[in-house]
Design a protein around this ligand. Structure first.
Ligand SMILES: Nc1nc2c(ncn2[C@@H]2O[C@H](COP(=O)(O)OP(=O)(O)O)[C@@H](O)[C@H]2O)c(=O)[nH]1
Ligand SMILES: [Mg+2]
Length: 207
């Protein structure tokens, strides 16, 4: 198991309901974003494992919450909860609502949740759906880190502009990130560790 920045990441399971989640106290960070925002690529990059999460050219395929566990220090573990991409137009209305319901139940009710990591593509203008997601999370008191993905596609000037536009639209400074260059990768791992270490738990016994 190759590591990225001292992280050892493994897939645990996929969950279709909150009842499928482990009943432990391990701190969790949710990975959120519209389909095609670069979530699978980001997960592979910060894990240092090319094939950990499937990167797909068919957006909207993943319907379950996918759990990954990270060992990031001798005695520290955290869980990443990869949530289905929201707002994919070609999914039927019913499907969209069901995916949304599972994500919202998790974000609103899961006691282990410490941080929502919201991915937005830096190459497209700020999207209303992302603004709504930020507002929804703030209303519920969920700590939020916005990540501007695919920044390698932008020149320094364009990147600065895109970041300022996103900050103005979403009300929080995004972390500039690329899955294909090291940009932002160590910073994101650190931000997740810091947010989740506030109340650290010991490793799960018996796994
Ligand atoms: N240039 C570049 N392309 C990216 C980056 N992250 C994702 N992509 C591309 O964006 C598309 C969607 O990525 P994916 O990780 O599958 O997005 P997901 O649907 O949010 O999981 C794919 O074609 C990726 O190769 C990045 O950091 N830089
Ligand atoms: Mg994906």
């Amino acid at each position: 198991m190759a590591g990225g920045g001292g992280w050892r990441v493994e897939f645990v399971k996929s969950c279709g309901s909150l009842g499928d989640f482990p009943g432990d106290g391990m701190p969790e960070a949710a990975l959120l974003g519209r389909s095609n925002a670069g979530k699978s690529s980001l997960l592979n990059a910060i894990a240092g494992q090319a094939k950990l999460a499937r990167t797909s050219r068919t957006p909207g395929r993943t319907r379950l919450l996918n759990l990954f566990e990270v060992q990031y220090a001798a005695q520290r573990r955290l869980r990443l909860v990869d949530c289905p991409g929201y707002g994919y137009a070609r999914a039927g209305k019913q499907e969209r609502e069901r995916w949304g319901e599972l994500i919202e139940t998790y974000l609103a009710q899961r006691a282990n949740l410490r941080l929502a990591v919201l991915l937005v593509d830096a190459n497209v203008p700020p999207q209303a759906l992302d603004g709504e997601a930020c507002a929804w999370l703030r209303q519920r008191g969920v700590a939020l880190q916005v990540v501007a993905t695919k920044c390698d596609r932008l020149s320094g000037n364009q990147r600065g502009q895109a970041l300022r536009r996103l900050e103005a639209a979403l009300g929080t400074a995004p972390l500039a990130f690329s899955a294909v260059t090291p940009l932002g990768q160590a910073e994101l791992r650190k931000a997740i560790e810091t947010a989740l270490t506030a109340r650290a738990t010991p490793p799960t016994a018996g796994r």
